[in-house]
Design a protein around this ligand. Structure first.
Ligand code: FAD
Length: 540
């Protein structure tokens, strides 16, 4: 019965042969023709059946049709090309003829479980061509069902994906190699997209991410490069200007400072998305960011510098207190001098007591002379050149210089720097002297206090275009009545006035105002005293 049907259908094909030159390959079993007819032509349109057959025959993929036991009943031309077998050699044989015996049994079991359950299966098998060469076949098997839903045939489609596989393996290997190299490199490396999102990073980068408590290192370092080294960062989506070896400093909540020399190169990557396939111009912008830590070298340098500063500290303190005393004396002379000048002017205008005028002028002259002498004796400070100053760095120096006094008084320092502060322009020695004064005040306040947990909180911050330094102690505080007076010259509120001329805060204020800023008392919210220094980044 089956044969008869096959013959009939084969007969139809023969009819088609009469009309069309290209036909089924010699030896193509009748069942295949049957299958083709049932696939697309519903058996009553021989022309469609023929076209469909030619499509399959000339398809650029190895096609085979098997019976339900995987015995090959048809193979197309591409099958011959891929496997190296001529179809006469494989028709009637099981597909296992292609097996290289290197595919795990479990793969075949999965294959058969799917196809016998009338599902399409796609997977990879290791095949062997007629010449004995192994190749990786990407195979899809679709069951062909009869009218009763029973599997009668399988349609197998496969192509040689050895080259793609090799390429993928090589890519994976090279990526692994690259990652290993990056991971062992002692520098922070990150590849960023145009919106500064991290596409690839290395172990050092991940370590820094942990140290920054989840803050993206690339973001923090790039911002520091812009703030501290003046680099101009591109807008999101834009290409930036490359920069090389710009050193920045990061200050961590723990109080530690670390230095990094940063470089960035913007690259044009070929766009990978399918939509950009025909647009050769389309490029994705990426940024290769590299930061090499120079903390150890910096520490060495800093240690040497602190030693140098410490050696000069005695001189600094001597000059500071001399300056304070001379400033106080000048101030004290200035007041009566102003008074004498006013009286002299009054007497000259009124014409009375004229005999007093020469005396007064003589007194004024000697007072002016004394004032000028004192002014001339004030240690010079104006010649110091302007520099780019990192506020955190100067604060840290002062704290290091004050270590002995802090320890002696049992004071704990809570140093809370803002990680990346922009530099400001100023006179380093003046700024250092001002901070020294404020820290000294806090130490004296705590030494005069009887609290058990003596602490000074020192914090830096950036508030828009202003750098803010806050020095807060939990010492004796300042009485409400004295709060307005502390910035007046010669006011001294310490219990022990030895060595205090009452010029510390006025001089600190003068230094801040020289830099376009100010020193003020923070509104009292609790115990102790809080002084706030504000220094504008851009001075007029
Ligand atoms: P086999 O004894 O043939 O089979 C191994 C396991 O597969 C068996 O233990 C059993 O679990 C399962 N199995 C086998 N036959 C059946 C079945 N009729 N019904 C249910 N489960 C069964 N293999 C290749 O290696 N390369 C190919 O390119 C390839 N192409 C195929 C194309 C088609 C359309 C089909 C239907 C199968 C194809 N196969 C191919 C699978 C092939 O028929 C063999 O199953 C396989 O090669 C393993 O052969 P074997 O001699 O090692 O073991």
């Amino acid at each position: 019965m089956g044969n008869q049907k096959s013959d009939n259908i084969a007969g139809n094909v023969v009819d088609v042969t009469d009309r069309l030159p290209a036909l089924a390959a010699v030896g193509t079993p009748a069942e295949i023709v049957d299958a083709f007819n049932r696939f697309c032509a519903q058996g009553d349109d021989p022309l469609s059946a023929h076209l469909f057959f030619q499509m399959v025959e000339q398809a650029p993929i190895a096609l085979s049709i098997t019976d339900a036991q995987a015995t090959i009943v048809y193979a197309n031309r591409m099958f011959e090309v891929v496997t190296g077998y001529r179809r006469e050699e494989v028709i009637g044989k099981n597909e296992s003829i292609l097996s290289n015996q290197a595919t795990p049994k479990s793969v075949y079991e999965a294959l058969w479980a799917a196809v016998t359950d009338k599902q399409t299966w796609t997977g990879k098998l290791v095949n062997r061509s007629r010449s004995g060469d192994a190749y990786l076949a990407e195979l899809t098997i679709s069951p062909v069902l009869d009218q009763n839903g029973k599997v009668t045939h399988y349609l197998g489609m496969h192509r040689d994906v050895s080259k793609v596989h090799e390429l993928q393996r090589r890519l994976t290997h090279q990526k692994g190699l690259l990652e290993t190299i990056l991971d062992t490199a002692p520098v922070v490396v990150a590849l960023l997209d145009a919106n500064r999102r991290v596409l690839l990073d290395n172990q050092e980068y991940k370590k820094l991410l942990g140290d920054l408590r989840g803050q993206e290192p690339a973001e923090v370092l790039l911002q520091a490069v812009a703030d501290q080294a003046g680099a101009v960062l591109p807008q999101p989506g834009e290409r930036g200007d490359d920069f090389r070896n710009l050193e920045v400093r990061l200050d961590f909540a723990s109080g530690a400072s670390r230095w990094f020399v940063c470089s960035a190169t913007w690259l044009d990557d070929p766009a990978l998305s399918a939509s950009s396939y025909f647009e050769q111009q389309t490029r994705d912008i990426t940024c290769l960011f590299i930061a090499s830590e120079t903390t150890r070298q910096r520490r060495e340098h800093e240690r040497a510098r602190t030693e140098e500063l410490r050696a000069g500290l005695a001189e600094h303190l001597r000059v500071g207190s001399m300056r304070e005393a001379l400033a106080a004396a000048s101030f004290q002379i200035q007041q009566p001098l102003n008074l004498i000048n006013a009286v002299t002017a009054m007497l000259s205008r009124s014409g009375s007591n004229e005999h007093l005028l020469p005396v007064l002028e003589q007194v004024a002259q000697s007072a002016r002379c004394a004032y000028d002498t004192l002014q001339a004796a004030l240690p010079a400070e104006g010649d110091e050149p302007l520099r780019h100053i990192n506020l955190n760095e100067v604060v840290k120096e002062v704290l290091e210089l004050s270590t002995d006094r802090l320890l002696k008084n049992g004071i704990v320092i809570d140093w809370k720097p803002t990680a990346a502060l922009p530099h400001f322009t100023g006179q380093t020695k003046l700024i250092r002297g001002m901070i020294m004064n404020l820290v000294d005040n806090a130490i004296v306040a705590l030494s005069e206090s009887d609290c058990d947990d003596k602490a000074i909180v020192v914090e830096t911050a950036q508030d828009g275009g202003v750098l803010v330094l806050r020095i807060c102690d939990n010492g004796r505080g300042i009485d409400a009545a004295d709060r307005a007076k502390v910035f007046e010259p010669l006011h001294c509120g310490w219990s022990d006035k030895t060595g205090h001329a009452g010029m510390g805060l006025p001089l600190a204020q003068e230094t801040a105002s020289r830099h376009g800023g100010s020193v003020s008392l923070q509104d009292d919210e609790g115990k102790g005293c809080c002084l706030v220094v504000e220094l504008p980044l851009a001075q007029g």
